[in-house]
Write a protein that binds this ligand. Sequence first.
Ligand SMILES: *[C@@H]1O[C@H](CO)[C@@H](O)[C@H](O)[C@H]1NC(C)=O
Ligand SMILES: *[C@@H]1O[C@H](CO)[C@@H](O)[C@H](O)[C@H]1NC(C)=O
Ligand SMILES: *[C@@H]1O[C@H](CO)[C@@H](O)[C@H](O)[C@H]1NC(C)=O
Ligand SMILES: *[C@@H]1O[C@H](CO)[C@@H](O)[C@H](O)[C@H]1NC(C)=O
Ligand SMILES: *[C@@H]1O[C@H](CO)[C@@H](O)[C@H](O)[C@H]1NC(C)=O
Ligand SMILES: *[C@@H]1O[C@H](CO)[C@@H](O)[C@H](O)[C@H]1NC(C)=O
Ligand SMILES: *[C@@H]1O[C@H](CO)[C@@H](O)[C@H](O)[C@H]1NC(C)=O
Length: 291
Amino acid sequence: MYYSLEFVVCLFLMSFHVKAAGIKRVSVDIGKNLTIKCPLNQSKDLMWEIEGKKQRPNTKITVLENGSLFLREVDSSNSGIYSCIRENDVTDVKARINVTVRSPPPPLVVSIKPSTILVLVLWKVNGTGGYPIMHFTAQYRLAFSNNKSWIPITPNHIMPNSRQIEVYNLKPNTTYEFQMWATNQLGKSPIVTVQATTRGQYPESELARHLLKGAEQFDTRWWTVAVGVVLGTSILLGVGTCILLYQECKKRPTEIEPEIIELVPNIILNPGFEGPSHFNDITPDENYPQE
Ligand SMILES: *[C@@H]1O[C@H](CO)[C@@H](O)[C@H](O)[C@H]1NC(C)=O
Ligand SMILES: *[C@@H]1O[C@H](CO)[C@@H](O)[C@H](O)[C@H]1NC(C)=O
Ligand SMILES: *[C@@H]1O[C@H](CO)[C@@H](O)[C@H](O)[C@H]1NC(C)=O
Ligand SMILES: *[C@@H]1O[C@H](CO)[C@@H](O)[C@H](O)[C@H]1NC(C)=O
Ligand SMILES: *[C@@H]1O[C@H](CO)[C@@H](O)[C@H](O)[C@H]1NC(C)=O
Ligand SMILES: *[C@@H]1O[C@H](CO)[C@@H](O)[C@H](O)[C@H]1NC(C)=O
Ligand SMILES: *[C@@H]1O[C@H](CO)[C@@H](O)[C@H](O)[C@H]1NC(C)=O
């Protein structure tokens, strides 16, 4: 009666496969029963072998009266190469069957790249379990908190071709736990949990102190030098202009002389520089940082 539910291999398909690939492939979903027919002519003298595995007494695997191999409620360990051998020939005849047990996806390989208020969750897949991955799911929570409820990371169903997602609105310098899994048509992969700490950020008071420390270290002599250079350049330009004008005057003394007297004071008294007053405005209050 119950055999009607079983996964029964089609003999015709099997012979095609043997001719094409030399090895028959059979796939079965985890937890189902599987009956493997030997591709050789049916005989009661068949012997079965599982390659690379020691033949332990296994109540889950039995040889049926008609020579087929019966696997009850398969799991991932049942994946492998099965051989049926007909011994009563002059030379042994052997046929191989590649059995794949389909399952939910294996656990993801998850890593976290933290920043101050966001993290980047990255993952890799280590196989799909035999069916394509339908979506990924991720969630997070504070690592050391009494509130153990998980916060879903949107979207709830991450596209199967995605391999990274950003999580926003986190607190700096705080440890979080992240969970992630993949889902195919047979179900969820084992959940992977990863911890990560966001990077520290200077609080506002510390940031202000940090900036002031920079101002304290600023050498006021550089301002004096800068002012000196600019003033000096202006004076030199003024003097140079004077000399040029004076030489012109010598050539035409009567016409230009009144203008020279006006020009020279203008250039020297109006160097076009407001440095000294600006400098006084931003001089830090010497007492403030000691508070
Ligand atoms: C598998 O076979 C066993 C008997 O060997 C039966 O009890 C069970 O219900 C079957 N399971 C399925 C999923 O068909
Ligand atoms: C299977 O048996 C039939 C006769 O019963 C024979 O003609 C055929 O060659 C056999 N095939 C194999 C692969 O042994
Ligand atoms: C062998 O027997 C099982 C059940 O007893 C049946 O499901 C399967 O089809 C049989 N295989 C062959 C090749 O007759
Ligand atoms: C068996 O099948 C799986 C895929 O279903 C494949 O990765 C593996 O290489 C096959 N093994 C052999 C020996 O053909
Ligand atoms: C990927 O899966 C295989 C078994 O299928 C396992 O041996 C291997 O360690 C896994 N790789 C990672 C990075 O988890
Ligand atoms: C726990 O955290 C979740 C998500 O942040 C929030 O919705 C819930 O109200 C919190 N519960 C308590 C008891 O603080
Ligand atoms: C991060 O937090 C720890 C204690 O939770 C503290 O000792 C450390 O100074 C903090 N670092 C920054 C950069 O805020």
